[in-house]
Design a protein around this ligand. Structure first.
Ligand SMILES: *Cc1c(COP(=O)(O)O)cnc(C)c1O
Length: 386
């Protein structure tokens, strides 16, 4: 059958005034909406910087494998991104290395919930408390944030862009812990406010967007080179704004998210056997003791191949069979085009190995059990052929 299962992305919800907006983090955080997740992250960095006015060249620690938007968000505030390696075979930051690279100039640490797998906020928050740093949870790839259960992060970032857990075709949110909210008002107020209107043009855009997610349109769209679908690009952050986001849109997005099937559990079951061939499933409770709520839909399902060659073979076979499998960022941050001039080249063996072996599989609402069986068969076959 002609068509392709898109790698990521859920349908844009219809604003629905019947569902009241209730935010699980409201007791601990003040919520401020922004133009995008990157903008929210940049404001978070600005707040962290403002609370240490004595620091001349503020440094922000981020993982060496990750979204280049982290770099843009920090640079936009005149900060310096400082990279830290990942633990072996894991999306988690190497916490011993985090402690080592903290300097008097460090103002914040950004922990990222990778593809919906919660980062170890308890470990990171202990480091931050010991060294008087701000902990920022980047929950752009996870909903709800880890901190909505346990308010460990000082600031939390969410994204409502395409390919994020709640897709509103744009927008983001910054959650500010109530203790620091008052002191952040001046910074927040310095950014202009724009309004998201869900009128007819928005509804039309939503209609087209959702239509294009089906297998046949995606298959065709992916072949259009100038669209650059699936590419990781470094972009400078040019403008930052706050956003007036209609409550009925977000509440409907949260409701739809809650109704989504827990596809990752199917994967956990179907792919378990490939671990005997040296593959590793990420985010399973046994392998990582990830903490957080295991029953939260994942953004993509992440596995590590035994080596780079098998990863690339699996990528090719899966894509040939109509599955939008992806290597995701594919490179560590210092090797992404545009970032390499900014960050100095240092070895990050954990992150480099991770980047060379990571394979992500679709985890959205259109993945069928038969797709997962097909993927499992393809990967198992590669394992056995060896
Ligand atoms: C997508 C993403 C961002 C940026 O969000 P946008 O809304 O696209 O600006 C930040 N951090 C992570 C981890 C992301 O995946």
């Amino acid at each position: 059958m002609l068509g392709k299962l898109r790698p990521v992305g859920s349908r844009v919800p219809r604003p629905d005034s019947s569902s009241a907006l209730s935010l699980s983090w409201d007791d601990h955080y003040r919520t401020e909406f922004t133009g995008s997740g990157t903008e929210a992250l940049s404001i978070a960095v600005a707040i962290a910087i403002s609370l240490k006015p004595e620091v001349r060249e503020p440094e922000v620690i981020i993982p060496a494998y990750g979204c280049p938007d982290l770099v843009s968000a920090i640079l936009a505030q005149g900060g310096k991104p400082v990279l830290v390696d990942l633990l072996p075979d894991s999306p988690f930051m190497n916490d011993a290395q985090v402690r080592d690279i903290i300097t008097p100039e460090t103002v914040a640490l950004i922990g990222v919930d990778f593809l919906g797998i919660s980062e170890r906020m308890d470990v990171l928050s202990k480091i931050c408390r010991d060294s008087n740093l701000f902990l920022i949870e980047d929950s752009a790839q996870r909903f709800p944030p880890v901190s909505s259960d346990k308010p460990l992060a000082d600031l939390v970032v969410m994204s409502f862009g395409r390919g994020k857990p709640i897709n509103l075709m744009g927008g983001g949110a910054l959650l500010i812990r109530k203790e620091v909210a008052e002191g952040s008002l001046a910074i927040l107020d310095s950014y202009p406010l724009s309004v998201l209107v869900t009128g007819l043009p928005w509804m039309l855009k939503r209609f087209v967007f959702n239509l294009l997610m089906a297998r046949l349109p995606f298959y065709i769209l992916e072949k259009v080179p100038f669209l650059g679908i699936g590419e990781t690009r470094f972009r400078k952050l040019k403008a930052i704004s706050r956003l007036e986001l209609p409550a009925e849109l977000l509440s409907s997005g949260i409701r739809c998210f809650g109704e989504r099937p827990l596809i990752h559990k199917l994967y956990d079951r179907e792919l378990q056997s490939i671990e005997t061939f040296g593959w590793k499933l990420l985010g399973t409770r046994e392998s990582e003791n990830a903490g957080g709520d295991p029953d939260t839909p994942r953004l993509r399902y992440a596995i590590l191949a035994p080596d780079n060659e098998l990863r690339d073979q699996a990528l090719r076979s899966l894509n040939r069979s109509g599955i939008g499998a992806s290597a995701f960022y594919n490179k560590t941050l210092p090797h992404i085009e545009g970032v390499e001039e900014i960050l100095k080249e240092e070895p990050f063996p954990g992150a480099e190995d991770f980047a060379s072996r990571l394979l992500t599989l679709p985890c959205h609402e259109d993945v069928r059990a038969s797709d997962i069986t097909l993927m499992a068969n393809i990967i198992r076959e590669l394992g056995i052929c060896r």
